[in-house]
Design a protein around this ligand. Sequence first.
Ligand SMILES: [Cu+2]
Length: 113
Amino acid sequence: MKRLLAAVITLLLSAAPTVAEDAYTFKVTGVVRALPGEGRAANEILVKHEEIPDYRDSSGEVVGMMAMTMPFYLAPEVSLKGIAEGDAVELVVEQRLKPKYTEQVTSITKLAK
Ligand SMILES: [Cu+2]
């Protein structure tokens, strides 16, 4: 079922119109180090992420990002239900370059350990 879903999503993505030049998405794999709480915004999680080869800078140029621990900010519709510190996760992050640079997590999925 998971495989079928992945295949359908891949098909939908490949059939989708070209993404506008002012918005990009990339995937991040990592481990949750902290959930929202003391000292962090209500939508802020701390993730130790792996290298992100397709990360773009604020001008849209692919520059990549080395592995590190850093905060990510969740879009309002994203739920952390079932996600705990120490979980391996995959994030989908949307980058918008205009009107000003923003970056937000539009999906968080727990990965099997
Ligand atoms: Cu980073």
